[in-house]
Design a protein around this ligand. Sequence first.
Ligand SMILES: Cc1cc2nc3c(=O)[nH]c(=O)nc-3n(C[C@H](O)[C@H](O)[C@H](O)COP(=O)(O)O)c2cc1C
Length: 354
Amino acid sequence: MDGDGVAQGGRPGRAHMKPLHIGSLTIPGPFLMAPMSGYSSAVDRAIAREHGAHACLTELVSAKGLVFSSRRTRSYLQRAPGEDPFWVQLFGGEIESMAEAARIAAAHGAEILDVNMGCPVRKVTSGGAGVALMADPERAAGIVRAMRAATDGRVPVTAKFRAGRDREDAAAVAFGRRLEAAGAAALILHPRPGREHHSGPADWTLVRRLREAVAVPVIGSGGIRVPEDGYRMLEETGCDGAMVGRAALGNPWIFTGLRARRRHVPTPAERLAVVLDHFGRFATLVGDATTAVRMFRARALFYSRGLEGGAAYRAELVRVREPAALEDMFRRFFGRAEQVPGYVPGHGRRPGED
Ligand SMILES: Cc1cc2nc3c(=O)[nH]c(=O)nc-3n(C[C@H](O)[C@H](O)[C@H](O)COP(=O)(O)O)c2cc1C
């Protein structure tokens, strides 16, 4: 029962799958996986790319962690095999440590550096990083300039930011212009206020306004649930790239669908093969098998979204400890799981709330 997606909504439209140019680099198309902390490891990025994502970003990596040589932080600088470009997102509120972290990340092979200027989590904003930078455009611009200088202008620097801090503060357009003037090679806009975290509507008109206000590429991030949304974002806003966040969790097939311009509903066999492959590679990445099982649980929940019989699966999942038991569970569940008819990947919902 393959999708009734784009065709049902009419023609896919005039948006072409144009390459995305960032600095001197060319990404073959516009559909990217959004950085998501906890879900953007080298393995998650590889799985997304193998299903059609044109590029992925790492999750936010602490500049201070890199500078103080935390082993755990440096482990985030792992490039997936064949990952091209290797696009690393850094966070920090201090110009000096962001510049130094840029040098370290570039030495680890980063080809594009992104600055997180959108994260609303207190642990991040209390250090002046994430969305706190939107309150201090001068420092935000200083960070972009310093990161470029630290890498001799060889590594394009992008920035990902929000509509503003709250709904009244639609600062994104002026902020984006400021970053462009500081040398940002592309701008990524998640058009929700920081205060709203990930709930509420994404305001695509703001993406359009930013697109009209700057010359560098603009990438929209927010509100894509099914492939036709990706094309609609490109068309309605004129943006150059479209990022998929939550709808890609446990659902790399959204990228298959974006490439094919129609929804792709995986067969049970396809689902089983991918979840086993994802877990196997993730366990190798993590090293310790029991830790890998624990860390994979949330991913395993996402894979079950929208499938019949999910409640029993979820109850079993919280008890499983051993890789072999987890794989056995996957075989029993995904080997025959059918999609709930008409299911659309959820937004603003946590796994289990489908
Ligand atoms: C679990 C989770 C983790 C996230 N982590 C990051 C992050 O590390 N860096 C970042 O810039 N944005 C992060 N985001 C925001 C996403 O990149 C994206 O902009 C947002 O989810 C909106 O897109 P969506 O509606 O397609 O999910 C995260 C979002 C989620 C749900």
